[in-house]
Design a protein around this ligand. Structure first.
Ligand code: FES
Ligand SMILES: [Fe+2]
Length: 371
């Protein structure tokens, strides 16, 4: 198995622009329903090549490009909030269909056609807790079709996700595809994470590919049983044994094409990662971490997990920083060469599967763009 993605796809600015224009039309995971529960709750996310605001209008979720149709101000700033959708520049307000509902000094505008002054609408659909958006398309593929067999898995996960115990963003000076590929194999664990992941994953796991509808890919890694050394860790492990999701001897990784990954580590933690490519050689990783729901949890156990999750958050951040450093190093290496084929071992076949899915997707959806 050799490299399928050309090296210039990691470094070339023109290619990067055309790549994002192609990825733009896919369904993108954007937020969780819990982020948008109340009327007027909103979140702002960066997706592929633009900012999208998602807002709850009396229980209905709408999504729009974050640009005012009046004179193009970015309407929302910040990550999230609650309030009516009003552009702060001249106070135009907007309804659930994106049409202006209030225009100060309305009389001063000639030929005001509110239909033509709608916000740029995106389609919104949900799968369990997961909120997805894509640019509005009359006859595009539906979310259930896009997710295929992943739908039931995401619904099960939605029911199993309890409190969010941490969130952090990492700036990585590497192409997003290198960042994704780094998550799809375990062979680097002992060289890149010798004191973190390598120390807790005692033997090299084998990976079983999860049967996912292309272009998504995923695997399960069989881990050695947890060996808690201290009494407190034994008590925590006993609580996690009652989690309603995961397997104490497994790490599951689902890569939702193109820019999302979900990791379920043993029965301990569920991570959702969103990749935001900002240039050919820069990616922001937005990581959110959740505790699994535990059957019949007591208040004492809950407090114990809250304290332990601080340790897990520190661990996840350190792991992320180690991966950031190696991805930045690979980016430097990639920038030095053109045309080399590379090679993948058996433990790296999911990386190859991602590359194949990426190439197929680009071929099918580039609509004449030279990629
Ligand atoms: S630019 Fe938004 S109201 Fe004027
Ligand atoms: Fe890693």
């Amino acid at each position: 198995m050799h490299n399928l993605i050309p090296m210039r796809a990691y470094v070339d600015a023109g290619l990067h622009e055309r790549e994002l224009a192609t990825l733009h039309s896919a369904w993108h995971y954007a937020a969780l329903r819990r982020d948008l529960m109340a009327n007027r709750d909103w979140v702002l996310v960066n997706l592929a090549d633009r900012e999208v605001v998602i807002q709850n209008f009396d229980g209905h979720l709408s999504a729009f490009t974050n640009t005012c149709p009046h004179r193009f101000n970015a309407i929302r700033s910040g990550d999230c909030g609650n309030g009516p959708l009003i552009c702060p520049y001249h106070r135009w307000s907007f309804g659930h269909d994106g049409a202006p509902t209030g225009i100060p000094f309305r009389d001063s505008f000639r030929d005001l056609d509110c239909e033509k002054l709608k916000l740029d609408c995106w389609d919104v659909d949900t799968c369990g807790e997961f909120v997805f958006v894509r640019p509005h398309a009359e006859n595009g593929v539906t979310l259930p079709t896009w997710l295929g067999a992943l739908s039931p898995r995401l619904k099960t996960l939605s029911e199993a996700m309890d409190k969010e115990y941490g969130r952090f963003r990492l700036d990585v000076r590497a192409n997003w595809k290198l960042v994704v590929q780094n998550t799809l194999e375990f062979d680097h664990v002992y060289s890149v994470h010798p004191e973190t992941f390598g120390a807790v994953v005692a033997r090299r796991p084998s990976l079983a590919e999860i049967d996912m509808p292309m272009p998504h890919v995923g695997y399960r890694a069989n881990l050695s049983p947890p060996e808690p050394a201290r009494a407190i860790h034994k008590r925590v492990a006993a609580v996690f044994e009652r989690a309603v999701v995961g397997n104490s001897c497994e790490h599951e990784h689902l890569s939702l094409f193109p820019l999302t990954a979900i990791g379920i580590h043993r029965r301990e933690s569920i991570a959702i990662l969103r990749y935001v490519p900002t240039s050919p050689s820069h990616t922001i990783i937005d990581t959110r971490l959740f505790l699994p729901r535990i059957a019949d949890i007591t208040e004492t156990e809950s407090a114990m997990l809250a304290a332990y999750s601080e340790v897990m958050l520190g661990f996840a951040r350190r792991l992320g920083e180690e991966d950031r450093d190696i991805c930045e190093s690979v980016q430097r290496g990639v920038a030095n060469l053109t045309g080399h084929r590379g090679i993948f071992g058996h433990g790296e076949r999911i990386v190859w599967a991602f590359q194949r899915a990426y190439c197929d997707y680009m071929k099918c959806h580039s609509q004449g763009r030279d990629l």
